[in-house]
Write a protein that binds this ligand. Sequence first.
Ligand code: SF4
Ligand code: SF4
Length: 386
Amino acid sequence: MARLDVGSQVIIQREHFGELLEALQKKSYKTIGPTLREKAIVYEEIESVNQLPVGWTEKQEKGKYRLVERSDGALFGYNVGPQSWKSYLSPPEVKLWSARKTENGFEVEEKSDEMPQYAFIGVRPCDLSAINILDRVFLDDEYQDNVYGERRKGLFIVAVNCTEAGNTCFCSSMGTGPRSREGYDLAITEIIDGVDHFFVTDVGTENGAAVLEEVTWEKAGDSAVEAAEERINEAADSMGRDLDTDRLRDLLFNNFEHPQWHDVAERCLSCANCTMVCPTCFCHTVEEVTDLEGDHAERWRIWDSCFTLGYSYIHGGSVRKSTLSRYRQWMTHKLASWHDQFGTSGCVGCGRCITWCPVGIDITEETAAIRKSGKVPEEKVDQPQP
Ligand code: SF4
Ligand code: SF4
């Protein structure tokens, strides 16, 4: 097929969608996409379209996630599962280095793992924003994070605009969805209308255009583009939740002693689920292990969470001893101090922390409760010191 310009819009018919995966694999990408495992939609390596959760959707509520069959054969008829793409870009466990005992001491072993070149298939707009935020955190400062950087380099992103909103989603409030705005190579909108089933496809980069040279497409007519727009707008209008972000940073900093923090602390289990599923939470710790003979040592980087007592341990004890202080730290970091640190909110409104909290704590409700009785200060306030 002819080379398209960046910014073009084309249609890929359902029967040709598999060619997109084949074209990426031909270019040596490892294609990672949604698939079904253990009654959830998770991201794994997929080799064909048949491994997508074809004809499945999910119902999400506070503390609840269920798969439900749908009758239309949609390839992307669901929102987000428990995993996010950070599992691939900053994996839960990474060996940083290993060393072997020698006659003269220790010798650090060469790293042998070759980094795969990933193509992510089906990145939701909220998750695309989360990747942009992780880029800011890991790569945009004086010191860059190699673990993230070497996996992020060469990443190909096929984003999927949302045509249905999940019950715990609030991306419209956070300005991160339901349309993908930037950072994708290709962005698709799935349209099913009677027997018609196709994908309106936006070309975001030269790489995206190069991959489409290997895929059968046709020019997108006005009616197809309008149908895609309409469905994305419907998703925007049917968000399960909303979050008022007006002066939210100052509201939270000004209400550091609000009674709502005590209320939520009585429900919170400090289990850390919310941080594990969150696509932007990036905290980790470093652990060292040796074999029993002391001949071989390894240093691992593993995910950690501000909800654990040990995370704030410094000389002599933990800074955040209570559940109240840990929940408050998490929520005010996401919605307030992240702005000071990285110039953006740390929340993209994906709703995972609401769905996967075992006791159904909802960040939008906790925020609304503080706004209801808390005072928004006249002036910008500094972050309080606990
Ligand atoms: S805080 Fe919750 S809603 Fe916001 S990005 Fe993280 S998991 Fe998603
Ligand atoms: S808010 Fe919910 S998910 Fe997060 S630590 Fe507390 S109980 Fe666990």
